[in-house]
Design a protein around this ligand. Structure first.
Ligand code: ZN
Length: 82
């Protein structure tokens, strides 16, 4: 199911965790919680192929403004003055 046994970046140990992933499509951003393999050494995240396909579906829906089934949880701000 998961693509790697060891981190392909550094060779570190991977643990399965639920992570938050931000997805952007067009002007919209969505956040989802998905399982990922996370490297204990470098923090790199790896996703199963079906999870990556799911990201793509969500990005496409965001680009097409097909957001009726998503839950609005807040506003997304761009900070331009610092
Ligand atoms: Zn690593």
């Amino acid at each position: 199911m998961m693509p790697f046994e060891k981190c392909p970046v550094c060779g570190g140990e991977l643990v399965e965790k639920e992570v938050e992933k931000l997805l952007r499509g067009g002007i919209h951003t969505a956040v989802i919680r998905v399982p990922a393999e996370v490297c204990l050494h470098c923090g790199e995240r790896f996703y199963a192929q079906e999870t990556v396909s799911y990201f793509e579906q969500i990005r496409t829906r965001l680009r097409r403004q097909e957001t009726a089934k998503f839950h609005l949880v807040g506003s997304f701000f761009a900070v331009t003055d610092s």
